[in-house]
Design a protein around this ligand. Structure first.
Ligand SMILES: CC(C)(COP(=O)(O)OP(=O)(O)OC[C@H]1O[C@@H](n2cnc3c(N)ncnc32)[C@H](O)[C@@H]1OP(=O)(O)O)[C@@H](O)C(=O)NCCC(=O)NCCS
Length: 167
């Protein structure tokens, strides 16, 4: 399905609906101040200050933090660093997480698709990420990224393996 290209203001708008899949009752939205108060987003439990930071980075048009919900319930999230002032020319997926009980039904894949769409609409030519070594090279995450068109860019270096997808 061809989707209309969004402008910068729309891309970074808090709470914007990014993707909806009625058959799975799945909706993906940009992080909003409301999410901070709901307190159910994984990151808010792990590190309360981080969501504030992502929201502020979104307001400064540096990052997009996507929140997936099934119905009203939190299912997963994906953070994309798209800071245009950084030297490298790629955006970076720096956080992808799906609640264990929601895994294996396409939430992670849909979050990655949505992040790729954001990168495309920002006219950034590539998106990169690190797959962490402790998950093993045939991890669910790596298989997902390969399926979504990512390729190995640099081998494991202690932090993880760098992967890239041209957009
Ligand atoms: C990696 C992670 C985000 C994947 O999320 P997910 O929602 O399970 O991902 P998907 O459902 O899109 O794909 C995972 C598997 O489910 C399968 N799947 C996708 N849609 C499906 C559906 N509708 N029905 C059944 N299976 C489905 C996929 O084929 C895939 O199978 P595979 O493991 O054989 O490749 C999740 O496991 C996670 O949060 N892990 C911990 C954090 C992490 O590792 N993050 C990545 C850091 S690099």
């Amino acid at each position: 399905m061809k989707t209309q290209k969004l402008n910068r203001e729309e891309i970074f708008a808090p709470g914007r609906l990014v993707h909806v899949d009625e058959s799975r009752n799945l909706a993906i939205r940009n992080l909003s101040a409301e999410d901070l108060h709901k307190g159910d987003v994984f990151f808010s439990q792990a590190r309360p200050m981080m969501l504030d930071r992502w929201l502020s980075d979104m307001e400064q048009e540096k990052s997009v933090f996507l929140v997936a919900r099934m119905g009203s319930r939190y299912a997963g999230s994906c953070a994309l660093d798209a800071d245009p002032y950084k030297k490298y020319e790629a955006a970076f997926i720096c956080f992808l997480y799906v609640l264990p009980k929601k895994r294996g039904s396409g939430v992670g894949g849909t979050l990655v698709d949505s992040a790729i769409r954001v990168v495309r609409d920002l006219s950034i030519s590539a998106v990169e990420l690190l797959v962490h070594s402790d998950e093993g090279m045939d991890s669910v995450a790596k298989r997902l990224y390969l399926r979504k068109g990512f390729e190995e860019k640099a081998p494991e270096n202690g932090f993880g393996e760098l992967m890239i997808r041209r957009v």
